[in-house]
Ligand binder design. Sequence first.
Ligand SMILES: Nc1ncnc2c1ncn2[C@@H]1O[C@H](COP(=O)(O)OP(=O)(O)O)[C@@H](O)[C@H]1O
Ligand SMILES: [Mg+2]
Length: 368
Amino acid sequence: MEISNLKLYNFKNHHLVDLKIDSKVIAITGENGSGKTNILDAVYYIANTKSYFIHHDSLVITDGQKECSVHGKLIIDNEDTEIGISMGESKKKVIKKNGKTYSKLVDHVGLIQTVFITPYDIELVFDGSEIRRRFIDYTISQLDKNYLYDLVEYRKVIDQRNAYLKSLDGNKLDDFLIESLNNKLIPLNERIFKVRAEFMLEFNDFFDKYHKVLGAKETGKIIYESQLEGQDYFNLLKINEQKDILACRTTAGIHKDDLIFNIDDKQLRKFGSQGQIKTFVIALKLSQFFYLKKKTNRIPLLLLDDIFEKIDESRSMKLMELVCSDGFGQIWVSDTSSNRVKKHFSPFTKSCKYISLPYSAEQSNHQV
Ligand SMILES: Nc1ncnc2c1ncn2[C@@H]1O[C@H](COP(=O)(O)OP(=O)(O)O)[C@@H](O)[C@H]1O
Ligand SMILES: [Mg+2]
């Protein structure tokens, strides 16, 4: 899977960028704040119809502008594919594949796999559980459309149930209504739990391998934690009914799932050194890369944001060795130094395009 052309119009700080690409590695260089990460995010945007960093859709439009678009020409499974995402004044996103508008956003998911390695990945260790659920959901959704539909439906029913609990305001529960909502939630919970548990079993093998390959001395493990483990969801809802009424929301279910990261059976976030945490997080992303590669038979687009500056050389060289061997995919890198990028990629490929920001149109065809 490769991008051959990427066009940005009013995307974050980029007014107009048009990149023609015929290389395996695309290095975006420039000073801090020049918009390097934003270009990688545009690649992510094409693949996932949303920004990796910004959760409010319209904030990707350049300040003061009313519309924006990102267009990509890609080669997917040897076929030319064009993806266009645009947002006009109504802020409604329109996504097109080969000129045809998708009727539902979810239809696009699974076409283009990306793995984004950024300095913010550390949030996977220290933030709340939502970011870790997003990690598993993203990975599974690339392969399993039914799982994605279940997630969307689950969100909808949970929102309905929570709105109902909120509206109670001391009134008695309507048994019929709550039961009908519960009956929708039960199979969704059980299916999502099962898929996540199976995924984690398989993913742990990938993780164990790449954690060791990156030089970890300890044994790293990801433990899937769910209230549904050994519990029937029907019972869980019954046990928690009074609690739910008081809290005005559904307190049990797969929306509370979490991943516990351990090294040598101790919690990484409490006992891990800085180096151990970095290795763990890169191993997670690397496992995601190789897991998706194996399952989809495509090499995901790899987005490496500023990582050569942030991790030590032996780790970053090892990382390069892994992602550049065994079939080369397309890699988008951002760095303040083009020499540093050169140093990391020159042992593996000569096919490298350098784009230095601020962008000028002549650069588009310039190949080093
Ligand atoms: N919607 C937007 N409109 C205009 N500028 C934006 C928007 N979103 C982000 N930016 C700007 O993009 C710049 C950061 O770009 P970034 O890609 O993070 O830079 P780099 O990775 O080169 O350090 C910041 O100056 C930020 O203000
Ligand atoms: Mg950056």
